[in-house]
Design a protein around this ligand. Structure first.
Ligand code: NDP
Length: 288
């Protein structure tokens, strides 16, 4: 455990509920490894308590917090500034408190892209299929468009896919941005022509079991990259199907670690110890 004294810099995770969060283990292991006097704590705050909590964090001298459900969108109205990316995505997952100002950022897109670039994958010129149209899909679609990939969004609730496409239309430029329902027919219509298929639905996430957005009856295209945002379990039914077809696969853990790493670097101005963060996360997840 790092030493906590009168100079310890405070950070935390604002969400509700957050009983099972692994973020404190991940960040505190990183601070400890670099001998930095920082401490990261869970901050369970119910929705009605958010304005008071934000004022309290400033008063207590917190330097930053990560933000998770259900506050990622509602907290925006309590900020002084918001980054261009967070504004386009419409959600915040990190707030810095500096010089009395509260500035919101969104690191989802950075983490999503970094997990590919570190493997030498550039999405420029790609045709990508995004399954799902929730909060994480917004960051994924925005990031893919900015990085030069055309995107098709398919979602169980078609209206949500359409509205996501329309709200990000201005970022598409000459790229194609389409939407539709998440049906076997619609997936099959684009499956053979896409380079990247991203699962942004919560299907397959613990405790939702073995579910997958990929239809059993449809062969997975072996030349496409399969990217699952779900990080628990690390091997999902979606990734197993893709692997079985010989496709390259990327799990959600790397995205999560890279988001944490970029936040760590902003807070401490030190390179994040990625291996320490990954093992802290992995060891906690696999311990009884
Ligand atoms: P949201 O609740 O905002 O969106 C959930 C999405 O999943 C919606 O598109 C929803 O469709 C779809 N969905 C849920 N259940 C089903 C189902 N049974 N059949 C078809 N579609 C379904 O969640 P988020 O976007 O915030 O998160 C999605 C996943 O991504 C979670 O597992 C989360 O843990 C993970 N994630 C991972 C990150 C990482 O760093 N690796 C970062 C952020 C998220 P509909 O609109 O029809 O309800």
């Amino acid at each position: 455990m790092p030493t906590i004294d009168g100079r310890t810099q405070l950070l935390g995770l604002l969400g509700y509920p957050i009983d099972h969060t692994l973020s404190p283990a991940m960040y505190n292991a990183a601070f400890d490894a670099l001998n930095l006097n920082y401490c990261y704590v869970p901050l369970p705050v119910a929705p009605e308590g958010l304005p008071a909590a934000m004022a309290g964090l400033v008063a207590l001298g917190f330097i930053a917090v990560n933000v998770t459900l259900p506050h990622k969108q509602t907290v925006v109205s309590l900020l002084d500034e918001i980054s261009q990316e967070a504004e386009a995505i419409g959600a915040v997952n990190m707030i810095e408190f500096k010089n009395g100002r509260r500035t919101g950022h969104n690191m989802d897109g950075f983490g999503f892209l970094k997990a590919m670039t570190e493997r030498g994958i550039s999405v420029e010129g790609f045709r990508s299929l995004v399954l799902g149209a929730g909060g994480s899909a917004r960051a994924v679609v925005y990031t893919l468009l900015r990085a030069g990939s055309s995107v098709t969004i398919l979602n169980r609730t078609e209206e949500r896919a359409r509205s996501l496409a329309e709200s990000l239309r201005a970022h598409a430029g000459v790229l194609t941005l389409r939407s539709g329902p998440l049906t076997t027919e619609h997936i099959a219509a684009v499956a053979s022509e896409v380079d990247l298929i991203v699962n942004t639905t919560s299907m397959g996430m613990t405790p939702h079991g073995e579910s997958s957005p990929w239809p059993d009856a449809l062969p997975f295209p072996s030349t496409a990259i399969a990217y699952d945002l779900v990080y628990a379990p690390s091997e999902t039914a979606f990734l197993r199907t893709a692997e079985g077809a010989g496709a390259c696969t990327i799990g959600g853990l790397q995205m999560l670690i890279h988001q944490g790493a970029i936040a760590f670097e902003k807070w401490t101005s030190q390179p994040a110890p990625l291996d320490v963060m990954s093992s802290a996360f992995f060891n906690r997840r696999t311990s009884p």
